[in-house]
Write a protein of this length. Structure first.
Length: 390
């Protein structure tokens, strides 16, 4: 077939004359294509993105915050469950102790395999996923850890190298993890069935669904404090997989005599200023009794905000509760200890916690006395911070 050389020459001349326009057009098309692709990836559900992040590694360490509560443990087993289904090995790790009877029951009833660590070298994998906190803490060398991923609902500046999902408007971390499963179409497995009986690519085992539901209930006081619409949606999604017998055994553990004694001591020794209460329960061996005592005090008629403090092994622990719109408890505790050395505090509007170290451990195994605040002065600071005076 003959080719009209004149026509080809005319086309070449036209292309050459408008080369800049053509290049700009090609660049524009490529830019639009990449932009649409990026927008598509960004609009994907967070659960789908998190699934890909987990699948990108062969093994991960899932790290809970010190002295993990049901929400932290539930989020951890949820992440491990999802990781397992994409072929990633996980080790669940924590620092401190699991002391509260509710926390011990959660671990025992669900038969959780959790590894306690003291040093950064104890981490089971190079890549670490933080759940229910966003900054590594509680073990030697924690400041050197750069998390691979972070899933949390607490305020903070921490972030993951590959993935960060911090939703401070959610009442629990368990709600976020439950949403991940829902995002990828996972079906909760009823307690009387096995995962193999479920027609779905991804499933949510009954024990994990039960744990996640209890994690939500524990962190929102049974959906009565600090909960959001997302927490209710998560509970609805999880409901078909919940084992009511396991849930009852976790929710109704035996209470130690010391916890009851601390609660009584907090009520009897409370100091009242207006509608605020502060109670110093003194020395104790079980610091988990302090938030339980705060839960009791906030129920007293006429009391809208409370802080309970107690001391164990040279550290003063604070736990606060608020049902007063004027008192953001996390900020109030933070303000109260702001100028006190070796202290930290924070939390949400309805609940918060803090610590003041009065004895500091030394590298040689000894300890030194830190600058301490007289208890009357601390109580005065707590009242003033709840009142908004500091």
């Amino acid at each position: 077939m003959a080719v009209d050389r004149g026509l080809l020459g005319q086309v070449e001349s036209t292309l050459f004359a408008h080369s800049e326009v053509i290049v700009a057009l090609v660049v524009g098309i490529l830019t639009l294509t990449f932009s649409l692709y990026a927008l598509h990836r960004l609009r994907r559900p967070m659960g789908a993105r998190f699934r890909e992040v987990l699948a990108s590694r062969d093994e991960l360490a899932v790290l809970m915050h010190p002295n993990p509560d049901p929400d932290a443990m539930a989020a951890a087993i949820g992440v491990a469950c999802l990781a397992e289904q994409v072929g990633t090995d996980t080790t669940l790790q924590f620092t401190g102790q699991i002391r509260h009877q509710e926390n011990r029951a959660f671990r025992t009833v669900l038969d959780l395999d959790l590894d306690c660590i003291d040093h950064v070298s104890d981490l089971a994998a190079e890549h670490v996923v933080l759940v229910d906190h966003n900054t590594p803490r509680g073990f030697a060398g924690a400041s050197a850890v750069l998390p691979f991923a972070v899933v949390d609902h607490h305020p903070g500046e921490g972030a993951g190298e590959e993935y960060t999902d911090v939703r401070t408007d959610y009442g629990s971390c368990s709600s976020i993890v439950a949403e991940y499963f829902q995002d990828i179409g996972a079906k909760p497995v009823p307690p009387d069935q096995h995962a193999s009986e479920i027609d779905a690519e991804y499933t949510l085992p009954s024990t994990v669904a039960t744990g996640l539901l209890y994690g939500i209930l524990a962190d929102t006081k049974h959906l009565t404090s600090g909960s959001s619409a997302a927490d209710f949606r998560a509970c609805s999604y999880l409901s078909t997989g919940v084992d009511e017998d396991l849930l009852d055994r976790i929710a109704n553990p035996q209470v130690s005599a010391e916890v009851l004694e601390i609660k009584a001591r907090a009520i009897a020794g409370r100091q009242i200023s207006g509608s605020f209460a502060v109670s110093d329960v003194g020395q104790l061996s079980n610091v988990d009794a302090i938030p339980q005592a705060a839960d009791e005090l906030i129920q007293l008629e006429g009391v809208t905000a409370v802080v309970v403090c107690g001391e164990r092994e040279g550290t003063v622990y604070l736990s606060g509760r608020s049902r007063d719109d004027r008192v953001h408890m996390g900020r109030a505790l933070e303000a109260a200890v702001d100028e006190i050395p070796n202290s930290s505090a924070g939390g949400h509007a309805r609940m918060g916690g803090g610590q003041i170290q009065e004895r500091i451990a030394l590298p040689n195994g000894g300890e030194e006395q830190a600058e301490s605040v007289p208890r009357p002065e601390l109580i005065d600071r707590l009242f003033r911070s709840m009142s908004g005076d500091i």
